[in-house]
Design a protein around this ligand. Structure first.
Ligand SMILES: [Zn+2]
Length: 323
């Protein structure tokens, strides 16, 4: 799996961070998925290898503007960016249909491809097919907000070529059929079953992409089966404690504690408040504060996302920053 952060800022864009969007691609597939679509996501895509024409599904976590204001422009541009006829499916909480349809109608815009929209009000399975299953978990925020759990289907076991050769299977059609799992009959009448020449199915990867949320422990059960958790860490504890209003966002410590309790391997924090600079700001706040706070509670692989960062998650669950 390959992920690219198209926006990592909370609420408003900064010079170095756009508002939330995340691309998720899979090896060997022509299409990819988008999670949230903050304003100017289509501009960020211009700097990415993910092409708008190949985007097949969009998952919206919640309806706050910094997560959806990029949708009308992205959807209309797609008609002219290689996606003129390829369908797209948008999933999101109730209201996403009205937002999209109203924006397009009032701006006299239209799309040239089939646009499906699925709304939901409750957590559960969003869709499933032969490639993957996506389900949601309800989060805690000031409007309905959900996390998406993407479960890749298991892959067939690896074919044991050496075992097939040792059984005397010649190269050619017979070997090809055995590789596909079929039963074949050798010249001497021996029957060989394809399944006996393959290893056990290889489990697919599970990635959880959270929406805005002030209680990451809600993801506890799902996290125990996840290879990678991507969640907002808008604030640090001292900053949140000093706010004059109630923030419905997580601190780095909140997320790290939930990840640690689930014995999670890989955590990426995103949706960073503009208060935190790459270098300390005039108030002395920097992203290092968030990272240090998280590290105090989590000893797995931890990253703080930056815009256009690319990560690769291997089949054995190893997360590497690759761009
Ligand atoms: Zn929000």
């Amino acid at each position: 799996m390959k992920l690219q952060f198209l926006g990592t800022s909370a609420g408003t864009p900064t010079r170095l961070r756009n508002v939330t969007a995340l691309a998720l691609g899979f090896e060997g597939r022509g299409d990819w998925y988008l999670f949230d679509c903050g304003e100017a996501t289509q501009h960020q895509l211009q700097k990415s290898a993910f092409s708008l024409g190949r985007l097949s599904k969009i998952f919206i976590t919640h309806l706050h503007g910094d997560h959806i204001f990029g949708l009308p422009g992205l959807l209309t541009s797609r008609s002219m960016a290689g996606g003129a006829t390829k369908p797209i499916h948008v999933y999101g909480p109730k209201g996403i249909r009205e937002f999209i349809e109203t924006s397009l109608r009032l701006s006299a815009s239209h799309v040239t491809y089939p646009l499906d929209i699925t709304e939901f009000t409750k957590p559960g399975e969003v869709y499933t097919d032969a490639r993957d299953t996506v389900e949601t978990v309800r989060l805690s925020h000031d409007i309905p907000s959900f996390a998406y759990v993407v479960r890749e289907a298991a892959l067939p076991g690896r074919f044991d070529m050496a075992k097939a050769k040792a059984a005397g299977v010649p190269s050619g059609p017979l070997l090809g059929r055995l590789h596909k799992g079929e039963t074949v009959t050798m010249d001497d009448g021996t029957e060989l079953k394809g399944g006996e020449f393959s290893g056990p199915p290889r489990p697919g990867r599970t990635v959880i992409i959270g929406g805005d949320n002030d209680d990451p422990a809600l993801l506890g059960d799902a996290l125990t089966t996840a290879d990678l958790f991507i969640h907002e860490a808008t604030l640090t504890e001292p900053v949140k404690a000093g706010l004059s209003f109630q923030s419905r966002h997580s601190t780095a410590a909140d997320v790290a504690k939930a990840a640690s309790a689930a014995d999670l391997g890989n955590l990426i924090l995103t949706h960073i408040s503009p208060r935190y600079g790459f270098d300390p700001t005039e108030r002395g706040l920097s992203v290092a504060d968030l990272e240090n706070e998280a590290r105090a509670h989590f000893d797995g692989t931890l990253h703080l996302a930056r815009d256009l960062d690319i990560y690769t998650l291997s089949r054995d669950g190893v997360l590497v920053k690759t761009g």
